[in-house]
Ligand binder design. Structure first.
Ligand SMILES: Nc1ncnc2c1ncn2[C@@H]1O[C@H](COP(=O)(O)OP(=O)(O)O)[C@@H](O)[C@H]1O
Ligand SMILES: [Mg+2]
Length: 228
């Protein structure tokens, strides 16, 4: 589905060039469950944003469904992102002046009427146990509740890949495992690929493929390895 070939990413700051990703090769196939661990500053978020087509590689290529992604064509790029990619961050980043339902409706790209969108939003909130919070103010939600809204917001357009950047990083362990269970169930139900960047070894171990990113280079940890 996604194929990253020899991808490098550099950031320029003044006269300094920092090489953050160094010739990464990575395939993500339908339904994959991939976890990415590694030290802070190793390039995990940068890699995730490359997969999200938000960050143009300095060199190398990204293919989506065997077609090379053209970063110069903003319109196509936007369509690819909207229709195929769901993103979840450490912080939910909800729009605080809108209700949970409205936060979902506003990112829906289907041509359905408003009523139908609201119905779908309510259904998604129900799926994560938030029916009674559908019209609550965002500031009244707990961290775990807000993150569950952010998860279903990432799902509204039925993405084929769900990219999560430390999705439990701001949660206590109970809310964290709740969020992970929801993500695993979603993958099961929708067959989307799930890529989770995490510092938590227990979550890292859940990966059917486990990647370790350090200094811009990936190591794939063999399934039976006892290293981590
Ligand atoms: N937009 C940017 N501009 C400049 N430097 C950046 C930018 N994004 C990331 N970096 C640098 O790239 C390195 C890797 O960052 P990141 O991908 O966020 O690592 P990780 O998620 O593994 O902690 C860091 O040194 C960071 O400062
Ligand atoms: Mg990061």
């Amino acid at each position: 589905m996604f194929s990253i070939r020899n991808l490098s990413k550099e950031f320029k700051q003044g006269n300094q060039i920092q090489k953050v990703l160094k010739g990464i090769d990575l395939e993500v196939n339908k339904g994959d469950l991939i976890t990415i661990m590694g030290p802070s500053g190793g390039g995990k978020s940068t890699l995730l944003y490359s997969l999200a087509l938000l960050s143009e590689p300095t060199s190398g290529e990204i293919f989506f469904q065997n077609k090379k992604v053209d970063f110069q064509n903003e319109k196509t790029l936007e369509g690819l992102r909207r229709n195929n990619i769901g993103l979840i961050f450490q912080n939910p980043n909800l729009i605080s002046s809108l209700t949970p339902v409205e936060n979902l409706v506003i990112v829906m790209n289907s041509k359905e009427g408003h009523k139908e969108k609201v119905r779908k939003a309510e259904e998604l909130l129900k799926m994560v146990g938030l029916s009674d919070k559908k019209k609550a103010s965002i500031s009244s939600l707990s961290g775990g509740e807000a993150q569950r809204v952010a998860i279903v917001r990432a799902l509204v357009n039925k993405p084929s890949i769900l990219l999560c950047d430390e999705p439990t990083g701001a949660l206590d362990s109970e809310n964290g495992s709740n969020v992970i269970n929801i993500l695993l169930n979603i993958r099961e139900e929708t067959q989307c690929a799930l890529v989770i960047v995490t510092h938590d070894e227990n979550i890292g171990r859940l990966g059917e493929r486990r990647l370790y990113l350090r200094d811009g280079v990936i190591d794939e940890i063999k399934r039976d390895s006892k290293v981590i």
